[in-house]
Design a protein around this ligand. Sequence first.
Ligand code: PGA
Length: 251
Amino acid sequence: MRRRIVAGNWKMHGSVAENTTLVDKLLQGFPADAGADCYVCPPFVYLRGVARQLDGSAIRVGAQDASAEIQGAYTGEVAAGMLADVGCSAVIVGHSERRTLHHDSDQLVARKFMAVQAAGLTPILCVGEQLGQRESKQTEQVVGRQLDAVLDLVGVAALGKAILAYEPVWAIGTGRTATPQQAEDVHHFIRKRIAALDGKIAGLVPVLYGGSVKAANAGELFAMPNVDGGLIGGASLNAEEFLAILQAART
Ligand code: PGA
């Protein structure tokens, strides 16, 4: 049975005071037997504080990005090793906002994936198509290309220690969720593509759905056979909502 995972991507939100309150509420409401792995991914500057507050709990801390470089003269960048040093256990790579707004190419995302694993952390690799690409029936081509860039660089075995997230760009922050069947179709495609290389890894790698997931739609999405949990943006900033999504991920 694949692990169920719910990860909260806080994006560029929060403050010390707001994060402390949010994490307090998560800790208070967190079930003893969550039945799913849980991550929160605050902005870089808050990682250490949040990691300390969560120390000893079952909630893990992830970052939203990492440099592809190990260390050196890269002003403004943060190395994966530094993220490990401050208590992270996972890093999101290839989020659509990085790909679109910061021009992270498929190849750069692949190098970030490799750097994250080299630091002993779990990459959460995001893939997903834009609305125009879906409408012109290019979803599989785009998602396949994004996935292949990583497979070409690190090999299929590396996916055995990774998490994937399918996030259709048109569903992110828009309130327009993919239907459970639309999500399932792409998740199935992703798993099939990995299975062509290694059936065992394909069966093991968790594939999360992301894009306007909330408590009201999480259950039907997570009920699909190839949807192993969610990467949650907006709804992860609300403790009650996020805990309800976690509850929906119970197997
Ligand atoms: P959303 O964001 O849940 O606010 O749509 C998801 C994401 O960007 O990871």
